[in-house]
Design a protein around this ligand. Structure first.
Ligand SMILES: [Zn+2]
Length: 321
């Protein structure tokens, strides 16, 4: 199953899906189900695997001038309003995902972390909601990291100590190579230098001996296939979690918030390191998940952060799972 998906993704299938029939709108489909899930935990099954979408939180900021680098701000405001959102403010959700498969308890990405939570209780709630989902942080066996931006790795540490003291930490080999390369760090534009420093801080002594690198195109832990979806960062990773014939696509940051970037796959979020490659990846990935009608778990989708992608005439649309 995941092999087929992988081949399809790598081949960059552009098969027309043509699902232009009337579907529930993004707003109705997504936010009504979001309201039904107030607890910060969204449990579902993939075959025999127990999965839980975990809400880390939502950061609300004034809309930056250049959040979308290749569109005027007015167009961004228009798109936010068209999705029923505030045009002046931007709310960015953060949603890791956890699953239990046999004796493994796995967390994918870690959210903003306890230090951010102390500053702003609206973010950094992964431990709280993971516990509410019935997963003891001390019993997490594996933490799998998709890429090295702070909203994905900062939750690895609680002060100087590992938040998940008994977990092996899995990182993409390509991502590790890039962010730990002193040459890359020194050549990086000023805007990216803090991210290099943050990676150094997170993976310092407290975690060093727990880290194992993984390869794209291989299983990281049983049931979880790592797929290269590069562009957002040099080693950015998505996953197919599968059990029997059932599966879910865990996209990580293939798109940032759907109201802007699922609707308009050609729009470039300022966090995409190689914007052209990120767009190419986004279109290939979404053509595949739309064609296969897969459920998609999105780190920056509004909670419950699970939906399906449909192709439209101008882009894609996120609908209910
Ligand atoms: Zn992110």
């Amino acid at each position: 199953m995941s092999d087929i998906s992988r081949r399809t993704l790598l081949a960059g299938s552009t098969a027309a899906v043509g699902s232009l029939s009337v579907a529930p709108s993004f707003i109705e489909g997504f936010f009504s189900s979001a309201m039904a899930q107030a607890s910060g935990v969204n449990k579902y099954k993939v075959g025999t695997i127990d999965v839980a979408g975990i809400q880390d939180g939502v950061n609300t900021i004034a809309l930056p001038d250049r959040y979308v680098t290749n569109q005027p701000k007015e167009e961004v405001v228009k798109a936010l309003k068209a999705a029923g959102l505030d045009g002046e403010k931007l709310s960015i959700p953060f949603n890791p995902v956890a699953f239990k498969n046999g004796n493994r308890i796995v967390l994918i990405d870690t959210g903003m972390g306890p230090a951010a939570n102390a500053q702003n209780p609206a973010v950094g709630n992964t431990v709280k909601n993971l516990t509410a989902a019935g997963y003891d942080p001390a019993k997490v066996t594996d933490v799998v990291i998709s890429h090295f931006h702070g909203d994905h790795i900062n939750g690895l540490l609680n002060g100087a100590n590992p938040t998940y003291p008994n977990a092996q930490v899995w990182v993409p080999a390509v991502e590790w190579k890039y962010w730990t390369d002193e040459g890359e760090a020194s050549r990086a534009p000023d805007g990216r230098k803090p991210a290099f420093a943050n990676v150094k801080r997170i993976f310092a002594d407290g975690l060093k001996n727990k880290v194992t690198q993984y390869q794209h195109g291989k299983e990281v832990v049983p049931g979880l296939m790592a797929m290269a979806t590069i562009g957002h960062t040099p080693g950015h990773t998505s996953y197919v979690l599968s059990s029997g014939r059932d599966k879910v696509f865990i996209q990580s940051d293939v798109t940032n918030i759907p109201a802007l970037f699922v609707t308009n796959p050609g729009w470039h979020v300022s966090f995409d390191q190689d914007a052209k490659q990120a767009e190419e990846t986004r279109r290939k990935t979404y053509d595949m998940v739309a064609k296969e009608k897969m459920r998609v778990q999105g780190f920056h989708f509004p909670f419950p952060s699970l939906g399906r992608i449909e192709k439209t005439q101008t882009g894609y649309r996120l609908t209910k799972a």
